[in-house]
Design a protein around this ligand. Structure first.
Ligand SMILES: [Zn+2]
Length: 683
């Protein structure tokens, strides 16, 4: 095209009269092309015909954790995330097929790197980056002339474990995710070449060997593949990628219909992790198809999950198939991190506050409690009402005697491999560029962002807060000169009376469930304060039970915990932890109090040592005091809290109420979250 332009110009130079007109035409087309180009903003937005996203992910490394979040990531580095190659050497060691070895060729190695890689680049940690490098290099160098990459010879990953077909589409989807992140951190062009060739290969091969050809997981989780295809399209603009997008969507489980037609209410044959991953697919495909029903589908799916399978922590009964909302059903660790990643994937596409609220609910409640504080072990399943952690048969639809026990590999190893992505990707999604050349804080935690705003001006914003325990968040702005840009801030739906100020002066009248936009000229030293008042509220769950919420946190009964490290003879775990209660757990809440939560639930802010790790009962920065009564007949059944007494259908004669303490769910290990509510008559 350029050569044609030049020839025309030379020709037209001979004709001065038409030159001005021609220059105008060239200028017009150049301007139009520039205006449509995703490069016209500081960061790569979607390229037409995909929708323009309201928010854009920042390159890996732009966002740094501070405060408790930094502590959390360092705990991961010092714990299993940084050491899985020795803790789980049989699979993550040198023999892994994704390192060219004769070991596992399936999802586990890629899962680990999908969490370790962002952790390494977020912490800018040389040792971790060096640990990730061989996985990146082997994948990049494994491409074959036809475009295929990855292991191609079947391997038996461990004696006694399933043989997985090396050519399965599914594990490659995870590798694509970590290569994409690696590219945003390094700009290594080899990633683009590999993806272009591999996606051409997919377009050619998928009609013969569809996503579910080798295992069904590829068809369940095709949304992850699709998201990377669109990301590459934005970089290269090649039409075949949109064709591939359509094909991948067609071959992926029809999550849109499943969510819109209420399948999550009744079909318990869905796998819990597939549901969490499938939740993103309609939102990803929406970028190409642009029909509202795809976003409605995600909302409908989330609403049905909550109502029919849901727990207060944002997750649902799925142990491993969907299993209803009894608070003693299990919730898999993979469901937590995959639900988070789904919300992180569709939040910038839609800018919907509801998806950010859901992301925080899982991150601040379910996520902190499923691994130990030092990250040396984790649970396969967690329970909403969890009163005893021992090796014991329980009422899970997939039986593992040690599913609740904390261990390196208790239950099933997928979570040991997959859990690492939770906190690093959460950190990476605290901030986005906005499509109006501004910046957005859509999810909150202590952090620092370095990004370009306006016409490419560098800004650094430090977010200082004890959120989600604290109600106020301060943003300090560091910028070279005066620059005009928009600062977008999410106001969660739970927040009734938010307050926003700029340099100490009240700004606007922000409302809950919206995104406030402060457009102004900013100078170095400017600061924004956001106050999100948190009220105690009651939500209703299984058997009409009550959960106590305050802002983004769910509060659960604080139970005395006795931890015991048990040496194990089994081939995976050298040890595991049991946890037993040392104080009663069978409390009900009092009906009159539940009607008056602001009055009868007292919020106590605790003084804790500075920089102490907040996610345990000792260091929790907030407690709630209220009164409860012991329900004598609510006892242990099959290793779990017995059948939940139905709320408020009887007048129970009890001993006088006693004070009980509730702490954030994420700080508990043993807990009652869904309380029976009783109308008491004192004996
Ligand atoms: Zn898992």
């Amino acid at each position: 095209m350029k050569e044609n332009y030049i020839q025309i110009i030379i020709y037209e130079m001979k004709n001065q009269k038409r030159l001005l007109f021609l220059l105008f035409i060239i200028a017009f087309f150049t301007f139009s092309a520039f205006a449509q180009s995703p490069q016209s903003s500081n960061y790569l937005n979607n390229r037409a015909p995909l929708i323009t996203k309201p928010f854009i992910e920042l390159p890996l490394g732009s966002i740094s954790p501070e405060g408790w979040l930094k502590d959390q990531l360092i705990r991961q580095k010092n714990g299993m995330t940084g050491h899985l190659d020795s803790v789980y050497s049989k699979v993550m060691g040198k023999r892994n097929g994704w390192l060219g070895g004769d070991g596992d060729v399936w999802e586990r190695g890629p899962y680990w790197i999908d969490g370790l890689l962002p952790l390494a680049y977020i912490l800018k940690d040389k040792d971790l980056i060096a640990k990730v490098k061989p996985w990146v290099e082997w994948a990049l160098n494994s491409q074959q002339p036809d475009g295929y990459f990855g292991p191609s010879v079947d391997r038996e990953n461990e004696p006694g474990l399933q043989r997985n077909n090396a050519r399965d589409w599914w594990p490659k989807m995870v590798v694509l995710k970590y290569l994409q992140q690696y590219y945003t951190a390094t700009g290594d062009d080899r990633v683009i070449r590999l993806m272009v060739n591999y996606f051409k290969y997919q377009l050619k091969e998928l009609p013969k060997f569809p996503l579910d050809h080798w295992t069904h997981w590829g068809a369940d989780r095709g949304g992850d593949n699709l998201a990377v295809v669109y990301w590459l399209y934005n970089l290269t603009g090649e039409q075949f990628l949109l064709d591939l997008g359509e094909l991948l969507h067609q071959q992926t489980v029809n999550w849109t219909d499943a969510f819109l037609t209420g399948k999550l209410r009744t079909q318990l044959s869905f796998h819990c992790v597939n549901v969490a991953q499938g939740m993103k697919e309609p939102g990803i495909y929406y970028q190409q198809k642009k029909e509202k029903k795809y976003i409605d589908a995600v909302k409908s799916g989330l609403a049905d999950l909550k109502e029919f399978q849901g727990f207060p922590d944002g997750l649902y009964g799925g142990d491993e198939m969907l299993h209803g909302n009894n608070p003693t059903q299990g919730s898999e660790f993979c469901s937590a991190v995959e639900m988070m990643f789904s919300m992180e994937s569709i939040l910038p596409v839609t800018g919907e506050v509801a998806f950010a609220d859901q992301l925080e609910r899982v991150a601040f409640n379910a996520l902190p409690t499923q691994a130990t504080d030092n990250y040396d072990s984790r649970q396969y399943f967690q329970q909403s009402n969890q009163v005893l952690i021992t090796k014991n048969p329980r009422n899970f639809n997939t039986h593992y005697e040690d599913a609740l026990a904390f261990g390196p590999l208790t239950g099933y190893p997928c979570c040991t491999s997959n859990m690492h992505q939770g906190w690093p990707k959460f950190t990476q999604n605290l901030w986005y560029a906005s499509s109006d050349q501004g910046i957005a804080a859509l999810v909150y935690a202590p952090s620092k962002v370095n990004a370009k705003v306006g016409k490419g001006t560098e800004v650094e914003i430090t977010e200082t807060t004890g959120y989600p325990f604290d109600e106020s968040i301060r943003f300090g702005i560091k910028i070279a000169g005066k620059t005009t840009f928009a600062f977008h801030l999410r106001i969660p739906a739970w927040c009734k009376n938010p307050a926003l100020s700029v340099n100490g002066k009240k700004w606007g009248n922000p409302e809950g469930n919206s995104i406030a936009v402060i457009s102004r000229e900013w100078s170095d030293g400017d600061f924004v304060e956001l106050v999100l008042p948190m009220q105690v509220t009651i939500s209703r769950w299984y058997e009409n039970s009550a959960a106590v919420e305050r802002g983004p946190l769910v509060y659960a009964l604080k139970i005395g915990e006795e931890w015991k490290k048990v040496s194990s003879q089994d081939k995976y775990n050298e040890f595991y932890y049991e946890v037993r209660p040392t104080t009663p757990w069978n409390f009900g809440l009092i009906a009159a109090s539940v009607k008056n939560p602001e009055k009868d639930f007292e919020v106590v802010k605790r003084v804790v040592p500075k920089d102490s790790y907040p996610w345990n009962p000792e260091n929790t920065p907030v407690e709630i005091k209220t009164k409860g009564v012991i329900i004598p007949f609510w006892t242990l059944y099959n290793g779990s809290a017995g059948p939940l007494p139905y709320s408020e259908q009887y007048q129970l004669k009890t001993d006088p109420p006693q004070e009980i303490t509730l702490i954030p769910y994420g700080c508990t290990t043993l807990r009652i979250t869904e309380f029976p509510v009783v109308q008491v008559k004192f004996k």
